[in-house]
Design a protein around this ligand. Sequence first.
Ligand code: 6PG
Length: 281
Amino acid sequence: MHRRLVGGSKWRDDIALSASISILKLSGPLLGIRGKYRSMLNVFPTLDALSEAAAQRVAELLTSEEPDRPYLVALSGGSTPKQLHTLLATTYRDEIPWKRVHLFWGDERWVPHQSPDSNYRMADETLIRDIPLPFGNIHPVQTGLSTPLASAEAYEREINTFLRELDRPGLDLVILGMGDDGHTASLFPGTPVLHERHRLVAAMEAPPYAKVKDRVTFTYPLINRSRHILFLAAGEKKREPLTAILNDREEALKQYPAAGVEGLVTTEWFVDEAAVGRKAA
Ligand code: 6PG
């Protein structure tokens, strides 16, 4: 695996501190930049290679700690994670203790689950139907409610209840992609949801160039209280936002929402050469 450290070689290990933050006190301290950005950049020649490495990393996380401890994962939409999903459902299928894994979605297009635009459907076709995941461990956004807001509020309640019961500040792993415009989940540039400091999940309207306008998304306050963040980005179109984020995250945040994301323990980028504009080491 080709690894390169960016912004420091040591992971922050302040999870003990973060665990003491009550989920009820969501007054925004975990929004956006909170000091030095400690991320790890992993560059691979191709999308195939980055998917292999990302699958290995996800499997490592899902098999870590006590095997019975519930492990809360949020999946991403888009097309980049499809190969990662397939590898988890084949190569790593038998080694992952699926019973402990709970799947959520970092964002969802507000369409029926059977729609070709549904992030739930993509995950079902590439991962869920091929793994022994108990039905009760699948937590999609309910897009059949009366409005996107009703779906967002219901999802927030479900996540909040879950986190309270487990006495956790956030999820264990959030897998994210990044759009050409630097959006991540459904945190699009210039949208009011970027300023959300209280809600964990919000309904939002994506800009006209996005595939589906009505969306439900995790907000920064929820994403940034996850332990591990894994970003996947492939292709030349991601180069501009990625370069900006790696060069000067604070400056990049003015334009690219993905810059505002940081995990409590790790933030790892798995990118291909085209996205970063240089060869893998
Ligand atoms: C969505 C997403 C979104 C996605 C990026 C990257 O539902 O649209 O979750 O944030 O991850 O747009 O998409 P690609 O992987 O297709 O480039």
